[in-house]
Design a protein around this ligand. Sequence first.
Ligand SMILES: Nc1ncnc2c1ncn2[C@@H]1O[C@H](COP(=O)(O)OP(=O)(O)OP(=O)(O)O)[C@@H](O)[C@H]1O
Ligand SMILES: [Mg+2]
Length: 338
Amino acid sequence: MATEGAPTASSDPAASSPQAVVEHASAAAASLVLERVSVQFGGLHALSDVSFQVNSGEIVGLIGPNGAGKTTVFNVICGFVKPTAGHVQFPMAKSWKKETLAIRIVLWLPRAIGRRSSLARRLGHRFTQAGRAIATFVRRVLRIVRVRVPEKNRHLRPSQLARAGVSRTLQGVGLFPHLTVLENVMAGGQTRPHGGFFTSLFALPQGVRADRVLRDEALSQLDRLGVASFAPRMPGEIPYGVAKKVAVARALMCRPSLLLLDEPASGLDESELEEFAAHIVELRSDMAVLLVEHNMGFVMPLVDRLVVLDFGEVIATGRPSDVQQDPAVIEAYLGVQQ
Ligand SMILES: Nc1ncnc2c1ncn2[C@@H]1O[C@H](COP(=O)(O)OP(=O)(O)OP(=O)(O)O)[C@@H](O)[C@H]1O
Ligand SMILES: [Mg+2]
């Protein structure tokens, strides 16, 4: 691992303690905030008091030696692993909360007006009852078509992630082996409005159109990552590096606002790395990226900030140039590499 880079005094408030990172969250447009997250597997403390944030438009690298807890952090964020303490917040989910509030106001208004109107008085409670029944019906429909984020604790269930704008790739590849590369990528766009059960069953025109749009976008995502020529192939027939890019293309299909990439560059050769890094930098304008990667040559120039884990604890956060000089990091991580 490279250790070069001039040490610079950090003026970034997010570059000091993990607590400072979380406090900084309220000021910045945070996409993701982890606050004092701990995870225990039996007697093993996989994560202890892990706090950090990822702001929108930021690329944050999560690094650390093998077994440091990086993938566990991803699993907590995605709701696959429940933290034994602490919590994860998705401040961007606030918009859902606002939407819920707006909907509540819309539902409440007719009832409020009804209660005060002479018509309501004449009809007794019927008007209000009818309003309530309509409100309940609308709420039920909304529950089906919208993510409802709990207001106090914004943990998202895995099934809510894509609709809430969170997408991830796995440390392995995780492609569906019996679908083609193109179909795998299309599968990532299933949260989009599409025709529904009967439209698909009877191949109605609107379903065919929605399918075509999905297919075109999947192809353009593959093209963006330089692997469109593999579209008709099966996952078992393509090189590992290509499969990793296909997994990224699939993750992008739900147009996330927060993208979690677990070792996306493994399997890529030196010539592909630079191009792939440029693709990730491009994503910054649309989303926040949290990136786990062991290849320091790839990570260092790419990320805005680093969070370093060791034995489940955050031992350093800050700009790559600062973190590289941190004695704890050199001992725990860089030292291992040298
Ligand atoms: N489901 C689980 N049950 C028990 N222990 C687990 C589980 N998942 C992870 N661990 C343990 O938690 C620790 C952290 O694992 P994790 O996979 O998060 O590390 P990592 O930093 O992603 O490692 P790597 O760089 O090798 O991918 C390890 O000691 C691992 O063995
Ligand atoms: Mg891992």
